[in-house]
Design a protein around this ligand. Structure first.
Ligand SMILES: Cc1cc2nc3c(=O)[nH]c(=O)nc-3n(C[C@H](O)[C@H](O)[C@H](O)COP(=O)(O)O)c2cc1C
Length: 202
């Protein structure tokens, strides 16, 4: 299994920021290159859920997370919301895969409609048009028919829809166990080695 990839990771303002932060930690620990993007609402939710201040300046976020997760020089790059010069903005330089985790219904709808008004939307649009892996981790409950139709449209366009639904058959004892269940499944789909959770039957 190829363990070093370039992954675009986007945080939007849905509940579930611990999934996204854990995913970043493990992608970096595995030696992968990460392009990190986040929406304004993600900054609000990160603070609400984790007391995590996501800096408005990409360079500051790069330094913060690189220090926190011991990333190598250049391993993590953070891009602004409308940085159209970022590599992820173009089909000529797409990442190997992209994950939107957590993904709001708003961003899901914008991607389904092909709006590309923010870098997250454009980057996801590029992944679809270039036939690269796009994983969306949508969080809402209940889903309306609008949400479900958008998800169906995206699934039919090649996106992988992975709601953060932890299973209970591995007997989780902590919230971290439940977070890791979801993150392990995402890493499996990215083809990134993980030792968080054995696969069924192993
Ligand atoms: C604490 C908090 C939790 C939220 N949780 C969700 C959620 O689980 N799903 C969702 O679709 N929107 C949620 N929202 C609303 C979105 O943040 C809001 O629709 C925002 O405009 C989405 O923008 P974005 O897609 O650019 O991040 C939440 C907002 C806050 C403040």
């Amino acid at each position: 299994m190829n363990t070093t990839k370039t992954i675009t990771l986007a945080y939007t303002g849905a509940s579930g920021m611990p999934y996204g932060v854990r995913l970043l930690e493990l992608l970096l620990a595995g030696g992968n290159r990460v392009y990190l993007l986040y929406s304004q609402a993600a900054q609000i939710v990160a603070h609400q859920e984790m007391q995590l201040v996501l800096p408005s300046r990409p360079k500051e976020a790069e330094e913060l997370f690189s220090r926190r997760f011991n990333a190598a020089e250049g391993q993590l790059r953070v891009f602004g919301r409308e940085d159209w010069f970022a590599p992820v903005a173009s089909g000529s330089n797409p990442a190997d895969a992209m994950v939107v985790c957590p993904c709001t219904m708003g961003t899901l709808a914008a991607i389904a409609a092909g709006l590309s008004q923010k870098l997250i939307e454009r980057s996801a649009d590029v992944m679809l048009k270039e036939n690269r892996k796009l994983i969306l981790v949508p969080r809402e409950t209940p889903f309306s028919s609008i949400h479900l139709e958008n998800m169906l449209k995206l699934a039919r366009s090649g996106a992988i829809i992975m709601p953060p639904n932890p299973g209970f058959y591995h007997h989780p004892e902590t919230v971290q166990d439940m977070v890791d269940f979801v993150v392990a499944r995402i890493l499996d789909h990215l083809g990134v080695a993980q030792s968080l959770m054995p696969r069924w039957g192993e």
